[in-house]
Design a protein around this ligand. Structure first.
Ligand code: G3P
Ligand code: CA
Length: 269
């Protein structure tokens, strides 16, 4: 795989819309993808989980309460875990009203639907496998869906797709199943452990508050599984001052709910 669009430690960081442009539209909905596109942001981040009947869906929490009307629609189904609902049940839920009346009727997208929308806008995807311990086999299923959608061909692997997780086991599994897929570990491993992570991840993606110039340099000093320096995408930065601060650390990407604010804060190339 040739060099990515953000070379380690050089140039303007890539800006990634966190859960879509989630400061402007309900997180992880197609509206949030559309909003990112409208703002001119070509990378979106999402969170993937699995329904009771095995459909991959895009939602952050392991339960439906915060971002849908599941409690109203299914009052007897406490604690409203994603894994206890079928895809058809989840498709009935309103995932937009909590954010604002303009988004009433927004749905929890299936990953299929989400990919179609990302494709429509010619965007790129930072896909997070969320809570993989709840969903044995989700790595293989995610790769199968990506393959079916045509996202495991060389052009996509080179420039449009990264799979990340807080679970090192999960990203290691993705790497072992499909070594060409670029992967990221969410967290801040000790510098002494970076070489071990570099056998299966291309990125170390910490909270911005645990990053520093020194830590970013230490990550960049290690070569990843595709023969390039490990990259760093930090999360979640929503204001101009912090965006400039972390850009000064030399990060390769900034994940933001307000990607327009971050983009506008960074000096033009
Ligand atoms: O992409 C980084 C970020 O999404 C990790 O935290 O909880 O928002 O999924 P969280
Ligand atoms: Ca996430």
């Amino acid at each position: 795989i040739p060099a990515p669009d953000a070379l380690a430690g050089s140039g303007r960081p890539t800006v990634i819309a966190h859960r879509g442009a989630s400061a402007h539209a309900p997180e992880n909905t197609l509206d949030a993808v559309d909003k990112a596109a409208e703002l001119g942001i070509d990378w979106v981040e999402n969170d993937v989980q699995r329904t009771k009947d095995g459909e991959l869906v895009v939602l952050h929490d392991d339960n439906l309460k915060r971002t849908t009307d599941a409690e109203e629609v299914f009052p007897d189904r406490s604690p409203w875990k994603v894994k206890d609902f079928t895809a058809a049940e989840i498709a009935r839920l309103d995932a937009g009203s909590w954010f604002g009346p303009a988004y009433a009727g927004a749905r929890v997208p299936t990953l299929d639907q989400y990919m179609d929308r990302v494709e429509l806008h010619h965007q790129k995807l930072l896909l997070e496998i969320k809570n993989p311990e709840l969903y044995p086999g989700i790595e293989q299923e995610t790769l199968k869906l990506l393959d079916n959608e045509g996202w495991l061909d060389r052009p996509h692997l080179e420039s449009r797709l990264i799979v990340q997780s807080f679970s090192a086991d999960s990203v290691r599994t993705v790497h072992e199943l499909k070594p060409a897929v670029k992967t990221g570990f969410l967290g801040t491993p000790p510098v002494a452990d970076l070489a071990r992570y570099a056998t299966f991840v291309d990125q170390i993606n910490p909270s911005y508050s645990s990053a520093s110039t020194g830590y970013v340099a230490s990550v960049h000093a290690v070569e990843g599984p595709h023969g390039r320096p490990l990259e760093v995408f930090v999360w979640t930065v929503d204001d101009a001052n912090t965006a400039r601060l972390v850009a000064g650390y030399g990060v390769d990407g900034i994940i933001s709910n307000a990607p327009d604010v971050v983009r506008d804060a960074l000096p033009a190339q």
